[in-house]
Design a protein around this ligand. Structure first.
Ligand SMILES: [Fe+2]
Length: 341
């Protein structure tokens, strides 16, 4: 270890240090709080499944990955804890800004930026204070029964959850998922989630303080992961945390894709290096920094991934099967944000 592992308070300090404006802080920090909240839920679900592994029926879907639906995991599964560029599939875009950047949109004028122009100053100042408690309030309650919210969510994600008959009741609102090969480090993942998008402060076209409304620099948005990684290292943050910034794009961005798509990144694999990083990459897909920010159900993101091909969609669905489905409608309500179903 060559650097320090920030506390949550230090992660907030890093946001304040790099944020060029209050409106940028409000948008990006709030998104990170949400992703950290989802990350905590997914990690607790994984760890609950791990603790149950010895008492589950041998044919339990949490052990076999055989969920009966179209998205059955391949025999080898996707459970890995080492870098493997090919394991995480094609780039699908973190949000609309990246999506258009990768598709060569002219100057990054896209839906996200249009929305940013429309709403970046719309009172996001109280969002952080409203959402900050969420990251610290994870009591880790384990629901004993499938709640109405979960059932409603299953209806909303009927294609994604098709055939899942989980043996283990939902954990922290997360249903389904596959038993992991080890316990996950909750603190590492949550701190990583809080800092995963720190580089997006460095790819703003307008930071909201120059008379223009907040706007990302579309063509360069794809650089935010690497820039965030470099910035965190420059601040003395440990490599193990900086990697969360580097390796969360889409469903994994491989060297081949960087080259084939002519992305403005040094040719390399930008894929999760361990399970904690993979959880943050997955959690990140459930919330967009569009203005106004919004949540996406697993099914909504599957539709988005589909635009980049069936392989991309399949990789996302495999990740959903692996980590289970969070109660996104409940989170949208909690954070008072729009939901794409
Ligand atoms: Fe993000």
């Amino acid at each position: 270890m060559t650097g320090y592992i920030p506390t949550l308070a230090q992660a907030d300090e890093l946001h304040h240090k790099i944020a060029p404006s209050q409106v940028a802080y409000d948008l990006i920090h709030t998104h990170c709080v949400i992703i950290a909240t989802i990350t905590r839920q997914l990690v607790r679900r994984q760890n609950a499944l791990f603790m149950r592994r010895c008492t589950l029926p041998k044919d339990a879907p949490e052990l076999t990955g055989k969920c009966g639906g179209k998205g059955d995991l391949p025999a080898s599964g996707r459970v890995t804890d080492s870098a493997n560029g090919s394991a995480f599939g094609a780039y699908s875009g973190d949000d609309d800004v990246e999506t258009n950047a990768i598709n060569g949109a002219n100057g990054g004028v896209d839906d996200t930026q249009s929305q940013a122009n429309a709403g970046a100053n719309s009172g996001a100042g109280d969002t952080g204070s409203r959402t900050n408690p969420a990251i610290n309030d994870g009591a880790g309650d384990v629901s004993a029964h499938v709640t109405p919210a979960v059932l409603a969510q299953k209806r909303n994600n009927s294609n994604v959850l098709d055939g899942i008959n989980a043996t283990v009741p939902p954990t922290d609102g997360v249903s389904g998922g596959i038993v992991p090969p080890r316990l996950l480090d909750e603190n590492l993942a949550v701190v990583g989630a809080m800092l995963h998008d720190i580089g997006t402060y460095l790819v703003l076209k307008h930071d909201g303080s120059d008379g223009e409304k907040l706007q990302f620099d579309g063509p360069n948005y794809i650089l935010h992961g690497l820039r965030g990684y470099d910035w965190l290292l420059s601040q003395g943050v440990d490599e193990s945390i900086a990697q969360f910034a580097r390796n969360h794009t889409g469903v994994g961005l491989t060297r081949d894709q960087v080259v084939a798509q002519g992305l403005p990144l040094p040719p390399a694999d930008y894929v999760p290096m361990n399970l904690e990083q993979e959880v943050v990459m997955v959690a990140d897909k459930y919330n967009s920094k569009s203005i106004p920010p919004r949540f996406l159900t697993a099914e909504a993101y599957a539709r988005k991934a589909r635009r980049f091909g069936s392989d991309n969609e399949r990789q996302w669905l495999d990740l959903v099967k692996k980590y289970g489905v969070p109660d996104i409608p409940a989170l949208a309500k909690k954070f008072d944000m729009k939901l794409d179903e």
